[in-house]
Design a protein around this ligand. Structure first.
Ligand SMILES: C[S@@+](CC[C@H](N)C(=O)[O-])C[C@H]1O[C@@H](n2cnc3c(N)ncnc32)[C@H](O)[C@@H]1O
Length: 482
């Protein structure tokens, strides 16, 4: 999940280009409304998951020592508005049918075909405007905006409604005994996580749904999965639109870096037609795969010192049909067999875990990257928080990094609180290449001739990391130290 404080401008652009409306970025989730078809939504490369939004409300208030009361509050999240469920389940069913008709691997379709597909889907759904909540890359749909409130007494009970639908639906939502099966997936963080375990919350919600709708819990193979996310910022309930997360790419055989992060890094790198793109620590090749799929008209090179990683990368290239477009080399990042200034773009995930220790220090790595990069070229790196901190003025600052304003979080990374105040819609990077050029000139290089352009904090699940973007400027553009 690309869940975080800053969303690179490209991700915003992706949202705009995908026909998402009323886009709101809030703490790792993107809420939006859309008329876009499934084909278009399935191509959201920076998103982990897409959900129909059933409920979004402020965080639950947790009074100390009153567990029973809070359980009631939690249950109300799913019981308060039964008609919303009736509506959402019917949309979900339609989407399920449509998804079955989508090609398995959605490669970037020809424009006309995409539009045709969308028209068909839109017509079929007969939804004028469906309010969608996109979670971090979870996305969710909400009930139709213009729905008129309905009188409950005129309706069958929700239990009857669902049971009847299940009987009519057969395979679509019910198991062999005609019961609709479900599973609840919870994520709790912040205050609520200090009082309840996710299992407790899941159980409470599950019981409420069984009572309310007569569904049957099935943890192994449910027809419907319900996602609940409770934290100090919001409480949300959603249903996944697609069976598989958007982030799972059919063409990746052996998973390395999260594909959403790899795609985001590539999207920041400004890969032009004919560019030479290098990942000098390519591992299983995820960054190169994501880049080559999206920007096919460039030359891709990957290097790594590990035979097993290169062999995994090779398998991935074969399975993605990209063997002819990506070349793999066994070389160290500190001794690349490339001419100086021969590469336009470098994108790399710098190792920081236990598995891949940084043998040589970051200085030698940056030195070699700077050497092979052409003037005006771009480097996009994924760095651990620790490495990022060190580079930003910690231990290594005196040797390598000038403490320019460009390198501080304050300058490049707006505080989260600002993000919220502005509904998360905040440009933290300059908006044109002209601005970028000016910024380049204004800044002192952080290393040699490399100038930092952007910095984005991202979540890797358990840990957080930074995507840093640098540009190489001409040595003559450097200011002499005073
Ligand atoms: C974090 S992993 C990269 C993962 C990759 N992005 C993927 O999706 O699989 C870092 C990689 O750097 C490689 N590595 C470590 N030291 C290296 C060096 N000196 N030169 C080149 N590669 C190196 C490791 O073998 C490992 O594959």
């Amino acid at each position: 999940m690309l869940s975080y404080l800053n969303r690179p401008r490209k991700i915003r652009r992706e949202a705009q280009n995908s026909g998402l409306l009323q886009v709101e970025y809030i703490s790792g989730k993107v809420f939006f409304t859309t008329n876009a078809g499934l084909t278009m939504l399935k191509q959201l490369k920076s998103a982990e998951r897409l959900f129909l939004l059933l409920k979004r409300q402020p965080p639950l208030i947790i009074p100390s020592g009153r567990k029973g009361k809070i359980f009631n509050e939690i249950q109300r999240l799913v019981t308060e508005d039964p008609m919303c469920w009736v509506h959402a389940i019917s949309i979900w069913r339609s989407l399920l049918e449509l998804e079955e008709k989508l090609p398995l691997e959605v490669s970037k379709p020809h424009k006309r075909t995409a539009r045709e597909n969308e028209n068909i889907i839109t017509k079929k759904l007969k939804i004028e405007q469906t309010l969608v909540m996109l979670g971090d890359t979870e996305c969710q749909l909400e009930k139709q905006k213009n729905d008129k409130p309905q009188e409950h007494e005129n309706l069958k009970t929700e239990k009857e409604n669902f049971q009847e639908e299940s009987e009519n639906d057969g395979e679509k939502g019910a198991d062999h005994q005609g019961q609709f099966t479900f599973r609840v997936s919870c994520r709790c963080s912040g205050t609520i996580a200090k009082t309840f375990t996710t299992e407790e919350v899941g159980r409470v919600i599950g019981i409420a749904l069984i009572k309310q709708f007569g569904w049957k819990a099935d943890l192994r193979n449910p027809k419907l999965e319900i996602f609940i996310h409770l934290n100090d910022i919001y409480s949300v309930v959603g249903i996944p639109v697609f069976r598989l997360p958007l982030a799972s790419r059919a063409y990746i055989k052996v998973a390395g870096l999260r594909s959403t992060i790899a795609w985001t890094m590539a999207s920041l790198a400004e890969i032009n037609v004919g560019a030479v793109v290098l990942d000098p620590m390519c591992g299983l090749g995820t960054i190169l795969l994501e880049a080559a799929k999206e920007w096919p008209n460039a030359y891709y090179l990957g290097a790594d010192v590990s035979d097993s990683q290169l062999s995994g990368a090779c398998d991935n290239l074969k399975s993605a049909g990209l063997v002819d477009r990506i070349e793999l080399l066994k070389f160290s990042v500190t001794e690349l067999p490339l001419l100086s200034k021969s590469v336009d773009v470098i994108i790399s995930d710098i190792p920081f875990g236990k598995k891949f220790k940084l043998g040589k220090d970051i200085k030698s790595i940056l030195h070699e990257m700077e050497r092979v990069l052409c003037v005006g070229g771009t480097i996009v790196l994924l760095l651990s928080e620790e490495l990022h901190r060190n580079l930003q003025g910690g231990k290594e600052s005196n040797v390598l990094w000038n403490s320019s304003k460009a390198n501080t979080d304050e300058f490049k990374i707006p505080k989260f609180v600002n993000d919220q105040e502005n509904n998360g819609i905040q440009e933290n990077v300059s908006s044109s290449s002209e601005d970028h050029r000016q910024e380049c000139l204004d800044q002192e290089p952080i290393f040699g001739t490399l100038v930092q352009m952007e910095s984005h904090k991202v979540s890797l699940g358990r840990t957080e990391a930074f995507i840093l973007k640098y540009k190489k400027i001409h040595a003559s553009g450097l200011q002499q130290p005073s």
